[in-house]
Design a protein around this ligand. Structure first.
Ligand SMILES: Nc1ncnc2c1ncn2[C@@H]1O[C@H](COP(=O)(O)OP(=O)(O)OP(=O)(O)O)[C@@H](O)[C@H]1O
Ligand SMILES: [Mg+2]
Length: 237
């Protein structure tokens, strides 16, 4: 069954000297428990694509269906609720809430969902421990390194046990060893819980874990175009 389905999706932005066409009739079909990565040059539209799939922005035209639900049929607030229920999103620039601690940031989506404080803080602590941050749970983001913020952002994306995880360059700020540890964790989630992953990445190591390799070029997604560039990986496929 298709969990993420895009048909002829177009997205453009107004730029100084006219309209910049980023996605040009883009198609995509991701099945349940797929683990797909999207590579492509900087500015090719990887973040744009993930933002549209995550319902953070709307396309100019075309169809986006998530788990059989057409996003354009949902109001902004229904889309936000749908995202909270189904999707964990790891932003390229984290978007952690600066006044909250690491644990409170991870617990935030559970608060939105209506989970009581004791339960959500328990879950947040458990997730942060899994990501090697047990001693950092009470720190605010400005007291954490970039790599630690990245791990908090990944933990937050998993807080509500989403069916789909969209991650925009999730290892961009991590050293190789931490990246491998996190990818191993995510990979076991993909295998054991059938969570569907769609990541954008420039990281060959991350790509080596994926079952599907997509390349975004000139507004279109090409399958298997990056296979030739992937290092021997430690992947789980
Ligand atoms: N809100 C916006 N308004 C205008 N232009 C935008 C906007 N968001 C993105 N763009 C432009 O759209 C293009 C695609 O941007 P996007 O961030 O999706 O690329 P990317 O593939 O994620 O790049 P990177 O690898 O550097 O993260 C870029 O040229 C960017 O400048
Ligand atoms: Mg990007």
């Amino acid at each position: 069954m298709s969990v993420i389905l895009l048909k002829s999706v177009c997205k453009s932005y107004l730029s100084g000297d006219g309209r910049l066409h980023v996605l040009k009739q883009t198609d995509l079909d991701i099945k349940k428990a797929d683990f797909a990565v999207v590579a492509g040059p900087s500015g090719s539209g990887k973040s744009t694509l993930l933002n549209l799939i995550g319902g953070l922005d709307r396309p100019d035209s075309g169809l986006i269906e998530i788990d059989g639900v057409e996003l354009s049929r949902l109001t902004d607030s229904k889309q936000a609720a749908f995202r909270n229920q189904k999707i964990g999103f790891v932003f390229q620039s984290f978007h952690l809430i600066p006044v909250l601690t690491a644990a409170e940031n991870v617990a935030w989506p559970l608060y939105i969902k209506g989970v009581n404080r004791k339960q959500r803080m328990l879950r947040a602590r458990e997730l942060l421990s899994n990501f090697g941050l047990a001693t950092h749970i009470d720190k605010q983001p400005d007291k954490l390194s970039g790599g630690q913020c990245q791990r908090v952002a990944i933990a937050r994306a998993l807080a509500c046990e989403p069916q789909i995880v969209l991650a925009d360059e999730p290892t961009a700020n991590l050293d190789h060893k931490t990246s491998v540890e996190i990818m191993d964790l995510l990979c076991s989630l993909n295998k054991e819980s059938d969570v569907t992953f769609l990541f954008s990445t420039h990281d060959q190591m991350v790509a080596s874990y994926a079952k599907r390799h997509l390349y975004l070029e000139d507004g279109k997604l090409i399958e298997n175009a990056v296979d030739a560039h992937i290092d021997e990986g430690v992947g789980c496929v």
